[in-house]
Design a binder for this molecule. Structure first.
Ligand code: ADE
Length: 233
């Protein structure tokens, strides 16, 4: 059974499998073809009871921007959840959420079904958030114009952890920056051995696998200390 990911959005065309966008290429495209991932985007507008298919309105109390109304989103969630008997983990993409980490990605990849809600940056009516009680996730401390790109980031990170999504050659990448070992990756080199006067480190040409692994581990630690000391604590 593939992991089913539903996205509720006012821009469902951003998630098309045919378009050469994020989910139409590379690993997500392959995962869909291999039958380990199913992505279904549903337009929240289709659930608006307003004659202009409105999904947002001005904020009570004044201020700039628009607020997504409760009813269309709530009805869309109920409808989409009914399309499949498996319970869906609800996730709202918002800058107010917990910052996405590899650990969260691993947790989400274990679910049978995800329901991603892409809100507008001005926000959703707080009452629908209370009622739906989604996991609120941010992809970083910056503001996007909508949750759609954040949802794609999450889908991409989850997809590469699905069994069968990666080819054998790529599987090794899963080991970097995950689980207990919260370290950055070591540097990588390929042909040619010399490029613009820069040499590949000798150890990588030595054929001594234990030495190579020790060097790579030392590089991971060194890089993490230099670039992301917060990861080591
Ligand atoms: N929507 C707008 N900005 C976002 C962010 N940084 N992460 C998740 N969703 C968002």
């Amino acid at each position: 059974m593939p992991l089913r990911i539903d996205i509720l959005t006012t821009f469902p065309e951003m998630f098309s499998a045919e378009s050469p966008a994020a989910l139409g290429v590379s690993i997500p495209a392959r995962a869909r073809k291999a039958g380990v991932l199913e992505v279904v985007a549903t337009d929240i507008r289709g659930f608006s009871t307003d004659k202009h298919r409105k999904t947002d309105d001005r904020p009570f109390g004044g201020g700039p921007g628009m607020v997504m109304m409760c009813q269309p989103l709530f009805d869309a969630v109920k409808h989409v959840e009914g399309l499949d008997p498996r319970p869906a983990r609800r996730v709202l993409l918002t800058p107010q959420g917990k910052t996405l980490t590899q650990q969260m990605v691993e947790e989400l990849a274990k679910q049978e079904r995800l329901l991603l809600i892409a809100g507008h940056y001005e926000g959703l009516d707080e009452r629908v958030i209370e009622e739906l009680a989604p996991l609120e996730v941010s992809i970083g401390d910056y503001v996007l114009s909508g949750g759609e790109l954040a949802a794609m980031v999450l889908i991409d990170a989850v997809t590469r952890l699905l069994p069968g999504a990666l080819g054998d050659a790529e599987s090794a990448h899963v080991e970097s920056f995950c689980g207990e070992q919260r370290l950055l990756d070591h540097p990588h080199y390929t042909k040619p051995r010399e490029w613009m006067g820069r040499q590949v480190p000798d150890v990588l040409l030595s054929g001594d696998h234990a030495k190579i692994e020790a060097w790579r581990q030392a590089q991971r630690v060194e890089r993490t200390k230099a670039r992301r000391p917060d990861l080591i604590g």
